[in-house]
Design a protein around this ligand. Structure first.
Ligand SMILES: Cc1cc2nc3c(=O)[nH]c(=O)nc-3n(C[C@H](O)[C@H](O)[C@H](O)COP(=O)(O)OP(=O)(O)OC[C@H]3O[C@@H](n4cnc5c(N)ncnc54)[C@H](O)[C@@H]3O)c2cc1C
Length: 295
C-alpha cells in the first residue's frame, strides 16, 4: 500500500534574509592535479548563506541550538567556531557537507578509500572500459627511498635511475594495448582490467561532512602522507577554504600546523632533562618538535 502523503501540508517559508550562493553560482569548481588528476567541488550543503556570511554560518547555527541564543551576545561567530574546534566539539562541523568529483591513480584511491566516513560511488571497470590514462611523474619527482622513514621517499633520484624508473612505467603502461586486444577477443572487462598497473586512473564522487573531511585532511595533508595524495588533499582544502574560511583557519591553527606533546615531552620541557625514554624513534620525534619550538 502506498503511504498517504496528501494529508500533510508543506508550508514553504521564504528565507528571513537575502541569501547568496556560496559557490558564486558556478556549476563546479575544479583543480587539475598532476598529469590527469582532478579535484572538483560539485556541490555543498549549505549551498546558500545569508548575504555577507559564508557556509561557516551553518556551524554556528547548529552550535547555538546546544548553547542557546544567550551565547550570541557573548561570542561572535569566529570566536565560537574557534572555541568548538579547540575543544573538539565536532558535531556542529558535521552540518556542512561537500560533494567532490575526484580522478586519481588507483594507488592513491587505495589510500584514500581507507577513510570510511565518506559516501563514495566509483567508476566501474566491469561496466565500462578503463580509459588509457596513467600517472607518469616528471623526472624531477622520482624520489629516493627515505633513510629515516621506511614508508617514504625524499630527495630526488639521480637522473639515470629516474629514467630507468620511467622506462619501467612505460612498459607497464604498454599493457593497455594487450588489455584492449583481449577485450576484442571477448575476454570480459572485469577480468581484462586486472593486468593493468595501479598507476591507471579511476574516478569517483565523494561526499563527506566537514568534521570528517578535516580528519581526512589532518592525516593526508600531513608531511608523513605520500606526496601524491598530499597534493590531492591540499587541493580539496583549497576548494573548501573560501566556502568555510573560519573553520579552515581554525583547522590550520589547531590541527594541521599545531603540535601534540606527550607527557614525557611536557616533562622534559618543564625540567630541561632529556626525554625519559631510550626509544630512538621517540627521541628523534622529540628532537624534531624541539626544533620547531626553538628549544
Ligand atoms: C601516513 C599514513 C600511513 C599509513 N600506513 C598504513 C599502513 O601501512 N597500512 C594500513 O593498513 N593502513 C595505513 N594507513 C591507514 C590508517 O591506518 C587509517 O586506516 C586511515 O588513515 C584512516 O584513518 P581513520 O580510521 O582515522 O579514518 P576514517 O575511516 O575516516 O574514520 C574516521 C574516524 O571514525 C572512527 N571510525 C570509523 N570507522 C570506524 C570503525 N569501524 N570502528 C571504530 N571507529 C571507526 C574512528 O574514530 C576514525 O578515526 C596509513 C595512514 C596514514 C595517514
Amino acid at each position: 500500500m502506498l503511504p498517504d502523503t496528501s494529508r500533510f501540508q508543506i508550508d514553504k517559508k521564504p528565507h528571513d534574509e537575502e541569501m547568496i550562493d556560496v559557490m558564486d553560482g558556478a556549476g563546479r569548481w575544479e583543480i587539475n592535479i598532476h598529469d590527469h588528476g582532478l579535484v572538483a567541488l560539485v556541490d555543498t550543503m549549505p549551498r546558500l548563506a545569508p548575504a555577507g556570511k559564508t557556509a561557516d554560518f551553518a556551524i554556528v547555527q547548529a552550535a547555538r541550538v546546544s548553547y542557546g541564543a544567550g551565547t550570541k551576545q557573548v561570542n561572535e561567530d569566529r570566536g565560537l567556531i574557534r572555541y568548538l574546534a579547540r575543544h573538539r566539539h565536532t558535531t556542529p562541523f558535521e552540518m556542512v557537507e561537500f560533494k567532490f568529483h575526484h580522478r586519481m591513480p588507483i594507488f592513491i584511491a587505495r589510500q584514500w578509500i581507507r577513510h570510511r566516513t565518506a559516501n563514495v560511488n566509483e567508476y566501474s571497470a566491469r561496466y565500462s572500459v578503463v580509459p588509457d590514462k596513467f600517472y607518469h611523474p616528471p623526472l624531477e619527482n622520482v624520489r629516493k627511498q627515505s633513510k629515516t622513514n621506511k614508508q617514504g621517499g625524499e630527495e630526488p633520484m639521480d637522473e639515470l635511475t629516474a629514467k630507468d624508473f620511467l622506462a619501467y612505467l612505460d612498459k607497464a603502461e604498454a599493457l593497455y594495448g594487450d588489455y584492449q586486444k583481449l577485450m576484442e577477443k571477448g575476454v570480459s572487462r572485469e577480468l581484462a582490467r586486472i593486468g593493468l598497473p595501479v598507476s591507471v586512473y579511476t574516478e569517483w564522487y565523494w561526499k563527506i561532512d566537514l568534521h570528517n573531511l578535516l580528519h581526512f585532511l589532518s592525516l593526508r595533508m600531513d608531511a608523513h602522507a605520500q606526496s601524491e595524495i598530499r597534493d590531492y588533499a591540499t587541493a580539496c582544502f583549497a576548494l573548501i577554504q573560501p566556502i568555510v574560511p573560519i573553520a579552515a583557519e581554525a583547522f590550520l591553527d589547531y590541527s594541521h600546523s599545531a603540535m601534540h606533546l606527550t607527557r614525557l615531552e611536557i616533562e622534559s620541557l618543564r625540567t630541561g632533562q632529556p626525554l625519559a625514554t631510550e626509544n630512538k624513534r621517540e627521541n628523534a620525534e622529540w628532537d624534531a618538535k624541539r626544533l620547531r619550538l626553538g628549544k
